[in-house]
Design a protein around this ligand. Sequence first.
Ligand SMILES: [Zn+2]
Length: 343
Amino acid sequence: MEYVHTTYRIDQKEYPEYYSALLARSSLGLRKFFVGVRSTGIFCRPECSARKPGFDRCIFFLNVQDSMLEGFRPCKRCTPLHPLACSNLLASILRYIEEGLSTGNLLAEGLLSQKGYEIANEEFKNAHGISLLRYLRVRDVGRICAGVYRFEHLPRSSRAWCMAPPSGTESEILQASAALLSTPIGTMIAIATSEHLYFLEYIDRPYLGKRIKYLQKKYALGIRSHTSAILEQAHGELNAYFEGRLTRFTIPIRQVGTTFQNGVWGYLLGVSWGETRNYSDVAYDLFGQNVCRAVGTANGMNGIAIVVPCHRMIRKDGSLGGYGGGVERKAWLLNHELVGRKE
Ligand SMILES: [Zn+2]
């Protein structure tokens, strides 16, 4: 199998180079990039005329999507969401969106025609690689992540709700905490109570907001932005996994699904580092019949990525099949487990 390594973010080792480019207000032959400023929560193009932040306050990103997912808001001065030579049409749509309207609102209220929407959407996609609709979703996830504790870079220790519990369950709220974890294949969000890890997912995976809301409702979780012993353990074990020093997670997890889902997730926990199983063998092993599509669906519903190793499930013909975090990450993880063991 041939695996491709995709770069998801700028390596911290390269930060000095990007910081020099930032001070020179130019990309200096580097890839196109953006800078998030931790003290203000704003992200800029390198060319921005605003005063440059200190080195320690910068996080560098390769695209607007990642900048926004991590909770940074676009700078009003250098407007990083506007393509260079932005059309008036797109500029006005972006302004409406900043004021809180969705593209659906704009269409419904006649502020935008379907044709105009398609033209502006194409312009935005060409500049940023994502549609206007995806941009709205990314912004919603960013609003969650902006309030979440992060281990790297000046940790914030705020204990405010970052996701208040669903209404009507105040007496039965389960207190949880959330944190962002940096990994070589992108930032992940972890959610845990004082006893178990409940959730670990890539922040750019589709429907992240929906999945977190579902989780909150199911377990009546109120989520605060701070760390906890379980999150510290998740952070430590995940780092060790990516460094090739840990092949079996010991962190306590809790994930309750249907009998079928529980069967598949339990099975996955028995698949060791570097091994793979295919959907149809699992279907026969577990259920004695050809229900591989249902096995694939249950696999995809796993909410504790990597720890419950749904990336180790592939197709019978050896092709990778799907992965919630994107098939490139699945390939990266399988390759890491083939060559990356450092024990
Ligand atoms: Zn700016």
